[in-house]
Design a binder for this molecule. Structure first.
Ligand code: ZN
Length: 160
């Protein structure tokens, strides 16, 4: 899709469409996964050195929780989308999908926590830590704590 700056009228140029997941070219281990088409419904405004994108952008993604490292689904929805594209001096046209791709990724939360972003979700890692901290009964019943046995075994190894 190529748009010439000269084609953008003063009142703005409406554009809409979809970016498919492949367009984002994210590596498989990226903390962001685009799980479906990202839809955009925008008006473009041309100024001397920038084009302003204004409208609605949304799409389904999967984000990697920084605590449990699990991917969880999230609907990225930006009903009041605003972004800008800088224009090079001799540039006459541009592909709005390129700027949109980069800006969309920049809008993703940088430290997502699954339990903060999904209602009623308990982060498995947080849950595990909470259980561990509140559990006062020893992990192993016995005359000696398990830890001593480990050090004893180590001592034995060093003597050999
Ligand atoms: Zn989590």
């Amino acid at each position: 899709m190529e748009i010439f700056f000269s084609d953008i009228p003063e009142e703005g140029l409406p554009i809409s469409g979809k970016l498919n997941p492949a367009w984002f070219q994210l590596p498989e281990d990226d903390p962001i996964r685009i799980s479906g088409d990202v839809e955009y419904d925008l008006t473009l405004y041309a100024f001397d050195e920038t084009v302003v994108f204004s409208g609605h952008v949304r799409g389904p993604v999967e984000l990697q929780c920084v605590t449990c490292l699990e991917y969880f689904p999230w609907e990225a929805d930006f009903p009041a989308w605003q972004s800008e594209l800088d224009i090079e001096q001799r540039q006459v046209s541009f592909d709005p999908r390129e700027g949109l791709r980069d800006e969309f990724l920049l809008e993703m939360p940088t430290t997502p926590h699954c339990d903060e972003m999904i209602d009623d979700r308990v982060c498995p890692k947080v849950d595990l830590l909470a259980k561990f901290e509140h559990d006062e009964t020893p992990l192993e019943a016995g005359p000696e704590p398990a830890g001593d046995d480990v050090w004893g075994a180590l001592d034995q190894l060093e003597k050999d």
